[in-house]
Write a protein that binds this ligand. Structure first.
Ligand SMILES: Cc1ncc(COP(=O)(O)O)c(C=O)c1O
Length: 406
């Protein structure tokens, strides 16, 4: 029997995704006939815009589905240019755009272009689960900055204290997964200014910037600097996944200074080449379309946010700061168990409800519950949680023909 060849140090430093582990445990239980409620998802369930689907089909039907330039088709770059003008009020050229296989790849390639071994990548808590692992894959050292609970974002002083001579990148995500909170314009202005003074690159993960409720606006980076896209030291990362419900198309993009975009495009040309040609055609149509699907998605999510937040707030002991956007509620369950992974496991085993433990986002005691699935599932999932946590509740709970016991 041959021994398994040793893995690289990088592979050894990358943890298995708890989210994926939860997904496969839930799928296994479902296959066994258990009434699993999945509140761990990260994608809207609405359909991709009709014009995007039609454009993808039209290209596919020609049978001529070829490689595209590594940084994306000219048409897709032009659609991103139009998007940047519309939502960021900045005129850019094609050399300021790289299209990639999802925002995830754009972020990863940006880190590969900017980070040397041992360099520090700074980001606020709570952070998107992939940031620490992406920083490590790029050879960097993740530096999470603790949150100021009052403001639900780190203080500027805490961000400043986290910056060292080794800091190469600051990553910001607004509106935030998991908290659904928007970073304030003051905070962004201060942090961007600090980074610009020190030559630190800023990665703005704007994947949820349009998914905000109550008529709010997510302040964007170019409202916080008077420098041009080429001079600001900022990369804006975005994609079609969330706003157009096009997760499976795998199209994202980066907008930023031409020399960084060029370096990223060179890396991407060897890593994967251009993103899927059919998906780029579909994304052009989504970006240039009438945006009605985004309006509908937003109205639907806002209603779901209201209902989900009301239900969570009705559980004695659960603390929730209502999300301003996204499709997640990030709630404090520490009154019941400070160990979020253990509580999430208990939810899964005892009441077959999947939530994502806060520790995955750098915040113990919290759980993230998604409201992008069916509202029936959300209501039933939260009903089960409420029953499990409150010992004075009904003695047993029926879900279909399943009777749970504490
Ligand atoms: C904060 C954040 N950034 C980036 C992504 C990546 O999106 P995609 O690769 O689907 O474009 C996600 C997806 O969950 C996300 O939540």
């Amino acid at each position: 029997m041959s021994a398994t060849p040793p893995l690289s140090a990088t592979a050894g430093s990358i943890g298995a995704s708890v989210t994926l582990k939860l997904n496969s445990a839930a799928a296994r239980m479902r296959a066994e006939g258990e009434p699993v409620i999945h509140l761990g998802g990260g994608e809207p369930k609405s359909l991709a815009p009709a014009e995007a689907v039609a454009a993808g089909i039209a290209l596919l039907k020609t049978g001529e589905v070829r490689y595209t330039p590594a940084a994306g088709t000219p048409a897709m770059k032009d659609a991103v240019i139009a998007y940047t003008e519309r939502y960021y009020d900045r005129r850019i050229g094609r050399d300021n755009v790289m299209v990639s296989a999802g925002a995830k790849q754009a972020i990863m390639v940006a880190l590969m272009a900017l980070v040397n071994p041992g360099d520090e990548v700074v980001f606020p808590v709570p952070y998107w689960v992939s940031y620490p692992e992406m920083a490590r894959i790029a050879g960097g050292v993740p530096v999470p900055v603790p949150l100021d609970k009052e403001a639900y974002q780190p203080t500027v002083a805490a961000m400043a204290a986290a910056l060292t001579a080794r800091t190469r990148v600051v990553m910001l995500n607004s509106t935030s997964n998991p908290s659904g909170k928007i970073l304030s314009q003051d905070f962004l202005t201060e942090v961007i200014g600090m980074c610009q003074d020190r030559g630190i690159a800023i990665l703005m993960d704007d994947i949820y910037h349009r998914l905000v409720f109550d008529g709010r606006h997510t302040p964007h980076c170019y409202e916080c600097t008077d420098k041009s896209v080429d001079e600001a030291g900022i990369l804006v990362l975005n994609g079609v996944s969330k706003q157009y419900a096009m997760t499976g198309f795998r199209v994202g993009w980066a907008v930023g200074p031409a020399p960084i975009i060029k370096a990223m495009s060179n890396i991407q040309s060897h890593l994967s080449g251009g993103p899927c040609t059919i998906s780029q055609a579909a994304s052009v149509a989504a970006l240039l379309g009438d945006q009605q699907s985004v309006d509908r998605l937003l109205a639907d999510l806002e209603e779901r946010r209201n209902q989900t937040a009301d239900l969570l707030e009705s559980i004695p002991g659960v603390e929730l700061l209502r999300p301003d956007g996204t499709f997640y509620c990030f709630a404090d369950f520490s009154a019941f168990d400070a160990d979020s992974a253990r509580l999430s496991q208990r939810f899964l085993e005892k009441i077959q409800v999947v939530t994502v433990p806060g520790i995955e986002f750098g915040m113990e005691g919290y759980q993230r519950l998604s409201f992008c699935g069916g509202m029936g599932d959300v209501r039933e999932g939260i009903r089960r949680i409420r029953w499990l946590l409150n010992e004075d509740g009904a003695p047993e709970l029926k879900a279909g023909d399943r009777v749970f016991t504490r």
